[in-house]
Design a protein around this ligand. Structure first.
Ligand SMILES: [Zn+2]
Length: 172
């Protein structure tokens, strides 16, 4: 699964990829067990009542429920980094509540998933994504995409499969 794309700067310890699969990495307090994501870069527990100073990296579960989402149809203004000479492509942001940890993790929705396929409450899964930096370099990030087995209404499945087959035809 590792294809050599480096993590976006500053996120090197936020996820792992390799033989054990792609997963976000939280920090777990060695004193009280509190989880924080992203992992803290300064000593100390996120729980103000805990005096623990150390955290161990721990993979988070890779699926959850779509808690909310929004879409961006205009390019953010400078100095927001953008690939050079690239046309802006609308994208969606998802807030996904992890099933096991009950933490809400923001992330971009995979670019091939249309907004019409998204429904609050549907099951989402973590997947590796790629951004292109302002200097044109590919960087690894994480994306969310609807899980293959939708547990929501059939309308979602139809919207998603209709879009998928349409884009396959377009690219054929
Ligand atoms: Zn703690």
């Amino acid at each position: 699964m590792t294809d050599g794309i480096p993590a976006a700067p500053g996120t090197e310890k936020w996820f792992r990829e390799g033989p054990d699969g792609f997963a976000l990495l939280a920090g777990r307090c060695t004193s009280c067990g509190a989880l924080s994501f992203p992992p803290r870069t300064i000593p100390g527990c996120p729980d103000p009542d805990c005096e623990g100073l150390e955290q161990n990296p721990e993979p988070l579960s890779t699926s959850g429920t779509l808690w909310s989402y929004t879409d961006a149809h205009y390019a953010p203004p400078p100095p927001y980094p953008r690939p050079p000479d690239a046309e802006f492509s609308p994208y969606a942001l998802a807030a996904v509540e992890l099933t096991a940890e009950r933490m809400i993790i923001l992330g971009q929705v995979a670019p091939d998933v249309p907004n019409e396929a998204l429904r609050v409450g549907m099951i989402m899964e973590l997947t590796p994504g790629t951004l292109v930096s302002s200097t044109g370099v590919e960087e690894r990030v994480w994306n969310w995409r609807p899980a293959d087995h939708f547990e929501d209404s059939g309308a979602d499945v139809e919207a998603y499969s209709a879009y998928s087959s349409a884009s396959e035809e377009a690219s054929a």
